[in-house]
Design a protein. Structure first.
Length: 397
């Protein structure tokens, strides 16, 4: 009987202990949850001592509107119009007797660039002199026959023969004159100085020699190209633009480009837009370069950015924006100055943002609606703050 009484007394006591233990466990869980929440909330903030602030080189700035342009990145090369790239050849073959040209040589229009020699040049001049003397006799005979015909002193057939012979020789002489012109030989030079075995080639344009395809003593046929000369004063940028971007382009749009292995940025303007789409679904764009120099040569590859229109947009320097786990952030200061006294501690808050157009070291930003646009932003040292914040989170865990 006494054992039963003791058991009845113990049972309520054990129930009470169990309830108290459950309550205590619940309090610990709530405390743990609150602490975790508190740590999570604090993870958006970071603090620097004044010494850390100085060491990190923190600089403050503000969000400002700037003219930013949407750009299209394309590739291309430097080129010249067809009329500014000349292949020099000889219309009647000969042996190269003399030239001083090398690749890169600068020549002026009309400058002697080569001397060639051939028996054909001698024969051509001789044929001209023969045709000229025969033409003089045929002309005189034709005039005599005309006079006799007017006096009815000869047959009409004789006059027609004289006329045909005269005009045939005249055509032959005229053709020989034109052939001589192709070789830069004038009839006056032949008549005054006699027949020569050599002819001189002259530069057809002013520019730079890009190819030399012959050596002294080599026979040059009419199909051979002796030299190529390019006039770089009319150099232009030829861009290859994909079909999907062509509708964004307009005549006069500004283009920024850099040559291969260079960092210097140059500018140009769109002058012509091609009207044919290639098999690769691209269109050729012709751009006039604003400033030319001797370092720029045809065939050089380039990377270009075509500006598709400027907009006045809120932006920050690229250095103010940090990337973490695929997202973009900025830091703003939460310090409030009091009586211009220096801070012993500096407090910052990380803000997730959206980014837009980037150009010349600045990027468009879109702030959350609850962030004041006039807030002071860290424009230098932002990655130091990010590192400190992430290290602090690791220590807390």
């Amino acid at each position: 009987m006494s054992i039963i009484i003791h058991i009845k007394k113990i049972v309520p006591f054990l129930s009470l202990v169990t309830i108290l233990a459950a309550c205590e466990s619940k309090k610990k869980e709530e405390t743990k949850t609150d602490t975790a929440t508190e740590h999570h909330e604090e993870s958006t903030a970071v603090m620097f001592t004044h010494a850390q602030y100085k060491t990190a080189g923190i600089e403050l700035g503000s969000i400002a509107n700037r003219i930013l342009s949407g750009t299209i990145r394309v590739n291309g090369k430097l080129d010249v119009p067809p009329q500014q790239l000349v292949s020099v050849s000889i219309p009647i073959g000969g042996f190269l007797k003399h030239t001083e040209l090398l690749q890169g040589s600068y020549v002026k229009k009309g400058q002697a660039i080569a001397v060639l020699e051939s028996q054909d040049y001698i024969d051509l001049q001789q044929n001209y002199l023969d045709a000229k003397s025969q033409l003089e006799y045929a002309e005189a005979d034709y005039q005599r026959q005309q006079q006799l015909a007017n006096e009815n002193a000869n047959a009409q057939k004789t006059l027609q023969q004289a006329k045909a012979h005269y005009f045939s020789l005249k055509a032959k002489a005229d053709a020989l004159v034109q052939k001589l012109k192709l070789l830069n030989i004038t009839t006056q030079a032949i008549e005054q100085k006699g027949i020569k075995s050599m002819v001189t080639l002259y530069a057809p344009i002013t520019g730079y020699v890009t190819q030399v395809n012959a050596n002294i003593g080599k026979y040059i046929s009419p199909s051979d190209v002796l030299f190529e000369i390019v006039d770089t004063q009319h150099l232009h940028a030829e861009l290859t633009v994909y079909e999907k971007d062509v509708t964004k382009l307009k005549i006069g749009q500004r283009v920024r480009f850099t040559l291969a292995n260079e960092t210097k940025e140059r500018t140009a303007k769109i002058y012509l837009i091609g009207r044919e789409i290639s098999k690769e679904r691209t269109v050729q764009i012709h751009c006039h370069i604003d400033q030319l120099n001797r370092e720029m040569l045809p065939g050089m590859f380039l990377t270009a950015f075509v500006e598709s229109g400027g907009q006045n947009l809120p932006s920050l320097p690229d250095e103010a924006i940090v990337s973490f786990e695929g997202k973009k952030y900025i830091f703003i200061t939460t310090d409030k100055h009091q009586n211009n006294q220096p801070f012993n501690e500096h407090h910052f808050e990380i803000i997730a943002i959206q980014t837009g157009i980037s150009e010349q070291g600045y990027t468009e930003i879109v702030l959350p609606s609850n962030v004041n646009k006039s807030a002071q932003v860290i424009i230098k040292g932002a990655y130091s703050l990010l590192a400190k914040m992430k290290n602090s989170e690791k220590d807390q865990h």
